[in-house]
Design a protein around this ligand. Structure first.
Ligand code: SF4
Length: 66
């Protein structure tokens, strides 16, 4: 699993960072960024889904590694 974040949609609520700091960080402008390549370890998949469900801007998407 991989998380992707659309910076054009992100409004900087930082809910994703609050819910899953292992997967998201915040840049100097308050916009969220994915950490590294966005790869999600198996034990963090629940947090990744939580972040998607709690982003009010629908800026986060999950893709499955093929
Ligand atoms: S919750 Fe969504 S809108 Fe808010 S900082 Fe995270 S990605 Fe951006």
């Amino acid at each position: 699993m991989r998380v992707e974040l659309n910076p054009d949609l992100c409004q900087g609520h930082n809910r994703c960072y609050a819910l899953a700091p292992e997967l998201f960080d915040v840049d100097d402008y308050g916009t969220a960024v994915v950490i590294g390549e966005g790869s999600v370890a198996a034990d963090l998949e629940g947090k990744a889904r939580l972040a998607v469900d709690n982003c009010p801007e629908y800026a986060i998407t999950i893709t499955q590694d093929t």
